[in-house]
Design a protein around this ligand. Structure first.
Ligand SMILES: NC(=O)c1ccc[n+]([C@@H]2O[C@H](COP(=O)([O-])OP(=O)(O)OC[C@H]3O[C@@H](n4cnc5c(N)ncnc54)[C@H](OP(=O)(O)O)[C@@H]3O)[C@@H](O)[C@H]2O)c1
Length: 267
């Protein structure tokens, strides 16, 4: 069954203005799926919408929403109400870097709002709509840092542990309702993520690879780890006790931090 048949005619992609969300929107457009493009950067979303409509003859809808705010989440729920949505990709998210005491509380609460609260809200709404429809998919983004606590990224790693666990539970709950749920747990990816988190990414996987691997896994897997570095780190670390993994990943994050410590790039 083609993706357009199983997951069309409309997909909702959050985080579509950049990185992984943008790459997934580009892939879905090549499959003839219409897309709701959601993020805050309206100019980037409009430019992408024009490009995808002209290049692939699909329809798009731009939703300029701030998902750290319940108004933004409610807006996305409202503007998609009358569309026949078959796929929801919840890629909007960001990381902070620094110890919990270095990072401002406002940044950590914003992270929780985008990575956890908005994901929970949108997953709940669309799980309900897709279950009634009896067919579709939901893609959620964890991370390899979500397999254990990580000093220097404590709240980000906790948010990704939450998403991973949510996705695994929903996978089994929604499968009998015809809805495929996939957890994607990347290692470092070459996207806007590193700049916002104050991390230098090396040996990072391209967003193109993440998008391709994600769509190939949807409907076949519970969890997918795209990229060689993410797979390698997971295989090397998972056999170790959690506390050892935390220590090692804490050192990895310290090594990735940009020279001026505790940079939190706020947009
Ligand atoms: N890159 C990595 O190394 C990596 C590794 C593991 C997991 N992940 C996860 O993969 C997902 C995608 O990350 P990425 O690498 O594509 O990062 P990215 O290039 O920085 O893109 C993040 C997207 O999220 C959107 N976003 C951020 N805050 C938002 C808000 N308040 N409201 C609405 N949209 C918001 C951004 O759009 P605007 O700024 O326009 O709002 C952007 O489109 C995230 O959940 C991330 O945690 C990334």
């Amino acid at each position: 069954m083609s993706n357009a048949h199983r997951y069309g005619p409309w997909a909702v992609v959050t985080g579509a203005s950049d990185g992984i969300g943008r790459a997934l929107a580009e892939h879905l457009a090549t499959q003839g799926i219409n897309i709701v493009l959601a993020a805050r950067s309206v100019d980037r979303l409009r430019a992408l919408a024009t490009e995808l409509e002209a290049g692939h003859g699909i329809e798009t809808l731009v939703a300029a929403v701030d998902l750290s705010d319940s108004v933004g989440v409610d807006t996305l729920v409202d503007v998609t109400r009358d569309l026949d949505v078959g796929l929801v990709v919840l890629a909007a998210g960001f990381g902070t870097t620094g110890t919990f005491l270095e990072t401002p509380l406002a940044a950590e609460l914003e992270l929780t709002a985008v990575n956890v609260i908005a994901v929970t809200h949108l997953a709940h709404v669309f799980a309900g709509r897709l279950a009634i429809r009896g067919r579709g998919g939901i893609v959620l983004f964890g991370s390899i840092v979500g397999w254990q606590g990580v000093p220097g990224q404590a709240n980000y790693a906790a948010s990704k542990a939450y998403v991973q666990s949510l996705a695994e539970g929903l996978h089994d709950e929604l499968r009998p309702r015809g809805v495929d749920v996939l957890a994607v747990a990347p290692g470092p990816v070459d996207s806007g993520f590193g700049a916002r988190a104050g991390l230098t990414m090396s040996s990072a996987t391209s967003t193109e690879v993440v998008a391709r691997v994600t769509l190939a896994a949807l409907g076949n897997r519970r969890t997918v780890i795209p990229g060689t570095r993410g797979k390698f780190l997971t295989a090397a670390l998972l056999p170790l006790p959690r506390r050892i993994r935390s220590l090692i990943l804490g050192k990895v994050i310290t090594g990735m931090r940009e020279p001026r410590r505790a940079r939190i790039t706020q947009r």
